[in-house]
Ligand binder design. Structure first.
Ligand SMILES: C[S@@+](CC[C@H](N)C(=O)[O-])C[C@H]1O[C@@H](n2cnc3c(N)ncnc32)[C@H](O)[C@@H]1O
Length: 206
């Protein structure tokens, strides 16, 4: 049953997100423009970010769903090398592959809303990045409006089941800063939901 659901979710993902993707495209492009070196993309999904990478990045793409991966493989532009890993980001086996202080960039777009323990992941991101490494995030976050906030809280349990673990009511923008990162560049914007996008560096305080 779960396999069928995952297959269906991967199949409808691009058509379902196409309306707001038109609006958030420019933010993806902006935050990914200067990504270089050894890069980890967490939850690469159907590979929408691949088009924005410089061809010379050493890209590791984490994607646990085989149905998403299959679609992502079709979006790899000519000349871009992508190494796929099937682990979830908090899987301890990843620690054998990604050593501390070895990544130039970590990219997480529309994933921290779904990860079971995003604080744990952010802690790992901090460790895996080099001292001058950067975290790139685009995410939908909890509404600011009290009524919308309440609605999102009420709808969340059902939404989470339908949308492969996605939560409508996370304050990921705040969580990033609580886990050792500071802003290099950050935008807040509204589409169908409230979003933030940003480039973050390691705070030296940790
Ligand atoms: C909503 S999609 C976003 C895909 C893409 N990053 C984007 O911007 O459109 C979330 C993706 O993260 C993957 N995912 C969910 N939990 C994950 C985890 N714990 N570790 C790594 N990937 C995860 C899912 O399989 C899915 O492909």
């Amino acid at each position: 049953m779960e396999t069928l659901y995952k297959r269906l979710f991967a199949g409808i993902y691009d058509p379902f997100t196409s309306s707001f993707e038109k609006e958030i495209y420019k933010y993806r492009k902006e935050i990914l423009a200067d990504v270089k070196g050894r890069v980890l993309e967490v939850g690469a999904g159907t590979g929408i970010n691949f088009q924005f990478y410089n061809k010379n990045v050493q890209l590791i793409a984490l994607e646990p769903s085989p149905f998403m991966r299959k679609r992502a493989e079709l979006k790899i532009p000519e000349g871009l090398n992508v190494e796929f890993l099937t682990y979830k980001v908090n899987d301890e086996k990843l620690e054998d592959i990604i050593k501390e202080g070895t990544l130039d960039f970590i990219v997480s777009t529309l994933v921290l809303c779904s990860i079971d323990d995003p604080g744990k992941s952010l802690h790992k991101f901090y460790r895996w990045l080099k001292d001058d490494g950067k975290l790139i995030v685009l995410e939908h976050i909890h509404s600011e409006k009290p009524m919308n906030k309440k609605i999102q809280n009420v709808v969340n349990p059902v939404w989470k089941k339908l949308a492969d673990g996605c939560n409508l009511n996370r304050n990921t923008d705040i969580l990033i800063k609580e886990n050792g990162f500071e802003v290099v560049k950050e935008h807040y914007f509204k589409s169908t939901l409230r979003f933030h996008s940003g480039i973050y560096k390691k705070s030296q305080k940790e």
